[in-house]
Design a protein around this ligand. Structure first.
Ligand code: ZN
Ligand code: ZN
Length: 495
């Protein structure tokens, strides 16, 4: 950018209209500057040291959100996918470091969805509930004590002011047993107190001193936040860039897509979508039976159970597992909720394997649905012996193009080969928030929604490969992807 920051530092703009000079600033989820507005006056401030010649970047969205939320909001706002180094690092490796919790046993940071810590602690449903409860109580108490402080500060009684300030300090320190320094939660708390104390500074040295401390705390939290982000991005760039090509070829080859040709018996066989049109709906194999399946094991609730609801309403007995939520958004007599994770081993109180969960099912045909953010590969491999029991599997395959995220490329290839052994891949489409990646010369969506149908339900004349054989010598599109930006392609020449 050819503008001098000193010239760009402040500008007058109409409410909610970005002034021309500011509109030239590009986005990053790890920005080095921030625009703030006071009435019509917009000010651009640097928030970390900027080297000469370095591009000035601001965030168009709330950069404290996790990677999937950021991608969603950025896509909504601009029709493009953010390809900043922070997003690349988060997608490449795992979740954001900043949305994590502190292990109550060893004080290391844990991902929100973690079911165990390296120190040996199992994160049970009770543990998860109690840390969430503790955080909720913290916010209530902080709000209450801040309101009390504002009242006391007006009274001018020195002793009361001092007591109130010390109570607030104690409350604040509680948060750092739950969330790491530099986390969005601790920045929010520091920012809240900083504004409260700034609003009552009336020359009392005691108050001014405390306000300065709050300001300093806030700056320290922000500095920690930015150093953590920088570490995360640096760690990503240190990862080995090449993965064994043979493994990637196996991974891609195991994703051979087939199509149904004229149904052999009575024309009743078809693929149809169940559940919402957007995320949460799945394409299923319908042979005209009612219900489609007697039992459904379903992993991953999120905020929507329309898919499970529709099947439960037709008579399917559904068991829904999710360790990250307390309950279902709506109930159905045919849906049982279990607050457990899908794991590659048994972790009492936290999660279990597919084989163990299968014991909860009734007699009759079985169907599996999984959307478990990358845990699907090791979970399938850990329950090899029962994978073929399912009639069909609706699955969201995660991070096919990111060899270092959630599972290794080899684990992913082995799991896909296991599925290929028992099932025919009859449907695949890319998830719109994911990227399309090049893997072993083939373009595949990073997050792919698939339908696998058991080979024993199909006669060999009923299906045929609908993608050409994988030719690894030249790039080829292996699966048809519906993943496309909403408006125009993003061309981030400066990132
Ligand atoms: Zn980004
Ligand atoms: Zn631990």
């Amino acid at each position: 950018m050819d503008f001098d920051l000193r010239c760009m530092g402040t500008t007058i703009g109409k409410d909610r209209i970005i002034p021309l000079t500011f509109s030239l600033l590009n986005h990053s989820c790890c920005p080095n500057a921030k625009i703030s507005y006071l009435n019509d006056l917009g000010t651009l401030r640097c928030i970390r040291p900027i080297q000469e010649g370095e591009e000035i970047l601001v965030s168009y969205i709330d950069e404290f959100q996790d990677v999937l939320s950021r991608r969603y909001f950025f896509l909504e706002l601009t029709g493009a996918k953010c390809l900043c180094p922070r997003c690349a690092a988060n997608f490449g490796q795992g979740g954001d470091v900043l949305s994590r919790w502190i292990c109550p046993s060893c004080r290391e940071v844990l991902e929100d969805e973690a079911v165990h810590c390296a120190c040996g602690l199992t994160v049970t449903a009770g543990e998860r509930r109690s840390r969430r409860g503790a955080e909720q109580r913290f916010w209530e108490l902080l709000g209450q004590e801040t309101r009390r402080f504002l009242k006391v500060a007006g009274s001018g009684i020195a002793e009361e002011i001092k007591n109130s300030m010390s109570t607030v300090s104690k409350v604040l320190s509680e948060l750092h047993h739950l969330r790491p320094y530099g986390s969005p939660a601790s920045i929010k708390a520091a920012s809240m107190l900083r504004s409260a104390y700034a609003s009552v500074q009336r020359g009392s040295p005691q108050l001014n001193e405390f306000a300065r401390r709050m300001e300093l705390d806030y700056c320290k939290e922000l500095a920690k936040h930015h150093s953590l982000l920088a570490e995360e991005v640096a760690a990503f760039h240190k990862l080995p860039s090449s993965v064994d090509d043979d493994v990637l070829r196996r991974l891609v080859s195991a994703l051979r897509l087939h199509e149904l040709v004229a149904p052999a018996c009575g024309g009743a066989t078809s693929l149809r979508r169940v559940g919402p049109k957007a995320d949460g709906g799945y394409v299923v194999f319908d042979q005209g039976n009612w219900p489609i399946c007697k039992n459904l094991l379903s992993y991953g609730v999120g905020t929507n159970v329309d898919f499970e609801w529709e099947l439960a309403s037709s008579g399917t007995k559904v068991i829904l597992f999710d360790h990250t939520v307390h309950g279902l958004p709506r109930q159905h007599p045919n849906i049982t909720f279990v607050q457990e994770a899908l794991c590659d081993r048994s972790l009492p109180g936290a999660g279990n394997t597919l084989s163990e969960h299968l014991r909860l099912c009734h007699q009759g045909s079985l169907m599996l649905k999984m959307d478990v953010e990358g845990a699907e590969f090791s979970a399938l491999l850990a329950s090899k012996e029962i994978v073929g029991h399912f009639d069909q599997i609706c699955l969201e395959l995660h991070w096919l193009g990111r060899p270092h995220r959630s599972a290794s490329a080899l684990t992913k290839a082995l799991a896909l080969e296991l599925l290929q052994e028992h099932f025919v891949l009859l449907h695949a489409h890319g998830n719109s928030y994911g990227d399309v990646m090049e893997v072993a010369g083939c373009l595949i969506p990073d997050v792919l929604e698939v339908l696998y149908v058991n080979r024993r339900l199909l006669s060999p004349t009923q299906f045929r490969p609908n993608a050409p054989p994988v030719e690894l010598a030249r790039p080829a599109v292996l699966v048809h992807s519906t993943a496309r930006p909403k408006r125009k392609a993003f061309c981030p020449t400066t990132f």
